[in-house]
Design a protein around this ligand. Structure first.
Ligand code: TMP
Length: 208
């Protein structure tokens, strides 16, 4: 049985995930590749309830360990209910964020140990890892300008600049450690240039 490909899209706040996700979806549709598009935390009704808890800015008392565990509880549900069945049915899965976000936000941002995260990753995912990860990268000050321009912020977006700098550094470190999986795209470039780069990445994945 041919399994679908599992592609994740990551980036710090304001890196342009929404626009570029639409582009990836349009690319796959044009190529007649069957896919589902989903997001983390969330992606299924139960996991979306956990997302609400995680993003609710009234939950100021949520401790870092509970935040990490909730991310992985949502991920376990998401994998079992949606991602794994779709891949097994031969569909591609495009996920707006996945476990690299836990390393970047809970590891880099909150300062939790990477070892703890790696243990949860192994527990919840076994050997399953994304086939490719597109990292949309932007300097933190520019990204935050975009977030502020959007208006309403969630529990994470209310953090200080230093938190987002640690997240960006962690993403870049993950990319450096996993060069075969990661594709970094600098979203300071024009939309046309970013989409040209995305097309190259997608062409590569569809011909593999
Ligand atoms: P979004 O803004 O991209 O929809 O993602 C929701 C927030 O959740 C975003 O601020 C990143 C954060 N997040 C984590 O902190 N850890 C994770 O594992 C995931 C998937 C997301």
């Amino acid at each position: 049985m041919v399994k679908g490909k599992f592609i994740t899209i990551e980036g710090s706040e304001g890196a342009g995930k929404s626009t570029n996700l639409l582009f990836v979806q349009a690319y796959l549709t044009a190529k007649n590749i069957e896919f589902i598009s989903t997001r983390e935390p969330g992606g299924t009704p139960i996991a979306e309830k956990m997302r609400d808890l995680l993003l609710d800015k009234d939950n100021t008392a949520l401790c870092d360990d509970a935040e990490l565990l909730l991310m992985f509880a949502a991920r376990a549900q998401h994998l079992n209910e949606l991602i794994i069945p779709a891949l097994e049915a031969g569909k591609w899965v495009i996920s707006d964020r996945f476990t690299d976000a836990s390393y970047a936000y809970q590891g880099g941002g909150r300062g939790l140990s990477w070892e703890k995260i790696a243990q949860l990753e192994q527990w919840v995912q076994g050997d399953l890892r994304p086939d490719a990860t597109i990292l949309l990268d932007i300097p933190v000050d520019l990204g935050m300008e975009r977030v502020r321009a959007r208006g309403e912020t969630d529990r994470f977006e209310q953090e200080q600049l230093s938190f987002f700098n640690r997240i960006r550094d962690a993403y870049l470190k993950l990319a450096k450690e996993n060069p075969e999986r990661f594709h970094i795209i600098d979203t300071r470039h024009s939309i046309t240039e970013v989409q040209e780069q995305l097309t190259l990445v997608m062409n590569n994945l569809t011909t593999q």
